[in-house]
Design a protein around this ligand. Structure first.
Ligand SMILES: Nc1ncnc2c1ncn2[C@@H]1O[C@H](COP(=O)(O)OP(=O)(O)OP(=O)(O)O)[C@@H](O)[C@H]1O
Ligand SMILES: [Mg+2]
Length: 232
């Protein structure tokens, strides 16, 4: 199992926000993660990535317990966060953005996915190679952020509301790309989203959190049989 979170209790200043959050992810699976503002979605990702200390629980990535590891060590092992907002260098061109990150990864010997692979996976980046990143549309910037995340050859993608600020047709486009990339590279992803209907289309699993507790955790098929809205 590529990612296992077991009974995570974590919070801020020693005060727990999460109450025993557990979930698993298989290769290539997309876990849609829903919940109200302040429910604990970002806190869960922070605990998985090591940005906050866990009070209790375990995080296992590809068989290795990473729970006590630093953020850097977890990043080295292939955890990758696509943060809210856009993780691109706005003053550089698309090509320069990709070259800079590609060069760093090559130096670090992490080269499973190289620049040509990213252009092939996300053709819009090849088309806009010479454009300044800050002048791309929101959707294109998100594609670039995704491309940059892929250059690190991720073993697990943590996607924090990638659809923020995108018009509906661009959301569908971005999500189907995310799905294609995860399935093709067999990389699992946690997708935090408020655009529930769109996120459900690409989800394999669904998780809903309410005041730090998981109130639903099941397959997409199970989620489709119930009224999800009752769980918020
Ligand atoms: N840095 C922090 N210090 C103290 N408390 C925090 C901090 N960040 C978040 N919290 C609290 O933890 C709880 C969960 O917040 P979290 O950011 O995980 O919510 P979320 O589900 O990501 O919400 P949103 O959809 O608004 O992004 C909230 O009560 C919030 O006030
Ligand atoms: Mg959040």
């Amino acid at each position: 199992m590529p990612l296992i979170a077991k009974n995570l209790i974590a919070g801020y200043g020693g005060k727990p926000v999460l109450e025993k959050v557990s979930f698993t992810l298989e290769d290539g699976e997309i876990l849609a993660f829903f919940g109200h503002n302040g429910a604990g979605k970002s806190t869960t990702l922070k605990a998985v990535l090591g940005l906050i200390d866990t009070i209790e629980g375990e995080v296992i990535l590809n068989g290795e317990n990473i729970e006590k590891m630093s953020v850097d060590q977890r990043l080295e092992r292939g955890m990758k966060l696509l943060p809210e907002g856009r993780g691109v260098f706005p003053d550089l061109s698309v090509r320069e953005n990709i070259e800079v990150v590609d060069a760093v990864n090559r130096k670090n010997g992490r080269q499973m996915i190289s620049a040509p692979d990213v252009y092939e996976l996300l053709p819009v980046l090849a088309e806009r190679r010479s454009s300044i990143a800050g002048e791309l549309s929101g959707g294109q910037q998100q594609m670039l952020a995704l491309g940059i995340a892929l250059l690190g050859s991720p073993k697990c993608l943590l996607l924090e509301e990638p659809s923020v600020g995108l018009q509906p047709d661009l959301v569908e486009n971005l999500f189907s790309k995310i799905s294609e990339v995860c399935k093709h590279l067999r990389v699992p992803a946690i997708l935090i989203e408020h655009k529930i209907v769109s996120a459900l289309k690409i989800a394999d699993k669904v998780m809903i959190i309410n005041s730090g507790r998981l109130v639903f955790n099941g397959s997409k098929q199970e989620a489709e049989k119930i009224d999800l809205w009752n769980y918020f």
